[in-house]
Design a protein around this ligand. Sequence first.
Ligand SMILES: Nc1ncnc2c1ncn2[C@@H]1O[C@H](COP(=O)(O)OP(=O)(O)O)[C@@H](O)[C@H]1O
Ligand SMILES: [Mg+2]
Length: 326
Amino acid sequence: MTAAPLLSVSDLTIDIPLGGRTLHAVRGVSFEVSRGETLCIVGESGSGKSLTSLALMNLLPGRLKRAAAAMSFDGIDLLSIPERRMSDLRGDRMAMIFQEPMTSLNPAYTIGNQLTEAFLRHRKTTRKEAFGRAVYLLEKVGITAADRRMKQYPHQLSGGLRQRVMIAMALMCEPDLLIADEPTTALDVTIQAQILLLLKDLQKELGIAIILITHDLGVVARIADRVAVMYAGELVESGPAAPLFQSPAHPYTRGLLECIPQPGKTRPGEPLGSIPGLVPSLTGRVSGCVFRNRCPRAEEACSGEVPVVAFGDARRVRCLFAEGVR
Ligand SMILES: Nc1ncnc2c1ncn2[C@@H]1O[C@H](COP(=O)(O)OP(=O)(O)O)[C@@H](O)[C@H]1O
Ligand SMILES: [Mg+2]
């Protein structure tokens, strides 16, 4: 028997009220993440990746409506948990790294202050111990002279260093799950690659599960155990990374991978291939396959209901003509 997944999401839906209409931004998204594994969520801008990750942490803006058939973290029901307990989980067992570290670091406090704050709040511990752990983690993420850095303010650090501080901060309380939403897009390509490899090393050492949101398929090919492909608010395909790269089943995934048939051939920083056409409107009733107006395989039937088909080793695809799979 395999162990239960650490995180399990079933049929997640996020609606955004817009005046009299509703934007169905995320629809029917289901996935699991096991301990120690990296799930990469890929998809073009606006496909619902950030909303999905914010929904897991219950950090969606108030007027957005989250619903799901089930959502659990290590046996805890995330749909019914009181906000007080949810905020205990956040920053302790579930941590998040955002895209732009300057928006998450407070310019008025030292790095040391910000690194130790959550640890002191969540743990019965001393300042000295918190300080020691922060220095240890700064060194782990490759920051030299960590003692001195602890006394500095965010603006005294380069973008790459700030991003490393954010990672150290997310690791302070030894989370079981780390969600990183395009954590390196603000950085230059070499630093991006360094930071992602660093995350992978830390994961190996600490056994944390990672959800990495990225549009960089080179990164995905290098570090993902599992991949989830989002398009226009739906998860169109998911599965273990190697077989998904080898034989993508959804026409959208195939479009994305067109320029990189083999994992390992793509350089870090290479963007997604572009597919002609526009994402359909997601206000009002959304029906049929959302990719059909851009899809080379589309037929009449694609306007009807398109179920998610499970096949092979934990692969799922939302397409009537899933191919490349045995
Ligand atoms: N607070 C909001 N108000 C209105 N629309 C939003 C809000 N947040 C996100 N959206 C819309 O929801 C969709 C998904 O957004 P997002 O999850 O941020 O996409 P991604 O992270 O994949 O780029 C987009 O169309 C975006 O414009
Ligand atoms: Mg986003």
